[in-house]
Each structure stands twice: as C-alpha cells, then as structure tokens.
Design a binder for this molecule. Structure first.
Ligand code: V0V
Ligand code: CO
Length: 167
C-alpha cells in the first residue's frame, strides 16, 4: 500500500506541505543517501579518490548487519552512506543478491523519531521496527518498508546529543 497524498494542498502553508493533516511527522532534511556495496574498501576508494568526496566516518553496526562509511562533498552537506553486509543474513546481502550494488535507502532526519514513526504508522505505512534502533554515530533509526512508499526504503533518523554532528 502506498500512502495516499489526498490531503496535499500545494497552496497552503509551506509550499506543498500537508497542512490540513492533523499532525506532522516533521521531516527536517535529507540526512544521508544509502548505497549498497559488496566491497567497502573499493567503494570508499572510488568515492574518495575518483569522485573526490571526503571520508567523514566509518563504523560497524552489528545490529544492522553492516559495515559503513560516510563520505560528503562538503562539511555540513548530506553524505553518502556506503553500506556493506557483515554476513549473509544482512538485509544488504539480500539486496545485493537480488539487485546488485546501487542506491539502497533515502534517510530523512526527524526531530523526534518515536512521534514521527507513530504519525506514519497511523497513516497506514509499514514501519519496520516497533521502537527506535541504534544507527550510525549514536543516532536512533527506523525504516518505512519500500512497499509503503512506492519503492523507496526510507530511513528516519533522529540525531541524539551523544552523536552531534553537522547542523
Ligand atoms: C528490498 N526491496 C527494496 C529494498 N529492499 N526496494 C527498494 N529498496 C530497498 N532497499 C524490495 C524487494 O525488491 C522486494 O520487492 C520487497 O522489497 C521484499 O520485501 P520483503 O520480502 O519484506 O523483505 P526483504 O528481505 O527484501 O527485505 C527488505 C527490508 C530489509 C526493507 C525489510 O532490507 C530491511 O529490514 N531493511 C532495514 C534495515 C537495513 O536495510 N539496514 C541497512 C542499512 P518485490 O521484488 O517483491 O517487488 S543500515 C543504516 O542505514 C544505518 C545503520 C544508518 O543509517 O544509521
Ligand atoms: Co542509513
């Protein structure tokens, strides 16, 4: 089921915002774009040495089954998050098997993940987790299933005080 935007009124409030909905999930900005890779070192080398992005951060996230690297064009701009599977049970491993390397998810930052998740759940979207889980740099994360969004795996990210970064 794809969430239907029947309440979208492009003339109201912030351009194109759904102001007549009773509540807003409050997507703030794009936090990062996730890219699935099979060889993290090779992908980092390409994005850094060929594309010229700056490597900002690397981390292993056993809960998500990935090793990751964040690279950005400029400090303060949304990074690309390269995610490589830690093993065959990783969701990224299934993705690579089925589709091969490439765009994997789009992450939006929200001020309050629990309430944003609740808003989208009430709108009928399929949230993957009942409660927030650990993301990169001490963030809290949840995902909206691609079947609810027209084919995009959407990640919701709440930056915590412990993991303060750009902006
Ligand atoms: C699967 N599908 C996708 C997709 N992955 N579509 C778009 N983008 C993706 N990334 C499609 C797939 O082609 C099938 O469509 C359908 O979804 C299958 O859904 P499923 O049977 O429910 O499940 P799986 O086994 O394909 O798994 C999909 C989900 C899984 C989304 C449930 O990947 C998952 O749990 N993801 C959340 C965790 C994750 O991805 N972590 C890695 C990033 P057809 O063929 O049936 O039409 S970690 C991260 O970002 C971190 C740590 C961070 O930012 O802090
Ligand atoms: Co991510």
């Amino acid at each position: 089921m794809i969430g239907s935007p029947e309440n979208l009124d492009p003339t109201a409030g912030r351009a194109g915002r759904t102001t007549d909905l009773p509540e807003l999930a409050d997507l703030a900005e794009i936090d990062h774009v996730g890219v699935a890779v099979s060889d993290l070192d090779a992908a980092v080398a390409f994005h850094r040495d060929v594309l010229g992005l700056t490597l900002q951060h690397t981390e292993v996230n056993p809960g998500q089954g990935v090793a990751e690297a964040m690279l950005a064009a400029r400090d303060g701009r949304p990074p690309v998050q390269l995610v490589a599977p830690l093993g065959p049970d990783s969701p990224v491993s299934r993705f690579l098997d089925r589709r091969g390397p490439g765009l994997h998810h789009l992450a939006y930052r929200v001020p309050d993940l629990a309430s944003a998740s609740a808003v989208f759940r009430r709108r009928g979207l399929r949230l993957l987790y009942d409660s927030p889980r650990a993301g990169t740099r001490a963030s809290l994360i949840n995902f909206i299933h691609p079947k609810s969004t027209g084919g995009i795996l959407i990640e919701l990210v709440e930056v915590t005080a412990a993991g303060q970064r750009r902006g």
